[in-house]
Design a protein around this ligand. Sequence first.
Ligand code: ADP
Ligand code: MG
Length: 348
Amino acid sequence: MIRFSAPPSEKAYRLVLPIVALALGACQDQVEVHNERAFVMGTLVEISATGVGAEPFREAAGAAFLEMRSLHDALTPLDGESELVRFNARGHGRWVALEGPLTELVPRALSVQRASDNAFNPHLGRLVALWGFREPPFPGRPPPEKAIRGLLEAGASQPALALRREGSLEGRLEHPGATLDLGGIAKGFAVDRAVAALREHGVDNALVNAGGDMRALGRRGERPWRIGIRHPRREHHVIATVELRNGEAMVTSGDYERFFRAEGKRFHHLLDPTTGRPARRAQQASVLGPRATESDAWSTALFSKGSQGLEALGPGLPGLVIDTSGKAHASPTMRRRLHWRSEEILAP
Ligand code: ADP
Ligand code: MG
């Protein structure tokens, strides 16, 4: 997910580090691996690379972070100047030009929305704000029933964004309950842009890890980049590893990223558009694929649908779901890629 928050506290760094450690790069072999870290899009982003000099790598990583920062500035719902907020501010029922990265990202988000049967919904902005998941501290109790129902009746979670090309690309929000919120896809998009920036700077072997949204380029010396998938309830426990091929992405969404507890339940930031409430079919969902953008959107969709969503992904996007009882489910293409480690959770 993407956290649009103020500069990180030290605590935030500590929270993110264990996830980064799951990019299993630091083995005891002879390969020289360079690393650069920066806090971008509300998460600690780590870029690792091999086969490049230290100085050219530093420059390339700097360019990648800059690209991610500019995407954050365009896509954050918290800054009145962002292209996203400016689009939403024009209200519903009228055609508004899409600006900056929205021109590429919104059509891609709508494709996943259609293909996932609205499980990924890129205009849940008002519901996300109502639940208070935009930035910590989270509210500690769910919003009133009436408020949720009111937004659903105002079309908050129905497909509600039309596009047309009148010279430039324009979008129209169809219902008053809907505002654009690209939190479920923006971080993957930023990872793809970071990877493109690295390539442009001559880096051909790298791993970008933005708090669980990962994409690999080339290899880590003699072997592929290897990443770990964490246990949804035990931060430091790796349940399986996957070797990423050149250009491949792996994105994980989990109910432990942003949540609060109330009434004996966990309320988290991944909403089920059919109910307007936190989805209740999974603890964690991971999606492999050729691009982090689509893997990110699909990991959110898969989380919302649970294991029954695996089929909708198709063979080109291998998926893994840990359901609410802690049981693992995977598509056949994912099963072939997983090196299972956990004894606590049985291999799918
Ligand atoms: P993470 O991978 O870190 O768990 P995601 O990438 O899945 O998070 O994105 C979560 C964010 O996406 C939420 O904070 C919210 O802004 C938005 N969101 C929540 N539910 C949905 C949904 N069903 N479809 C699309 N976006 C969603
Ligand atoms: Mg996502």
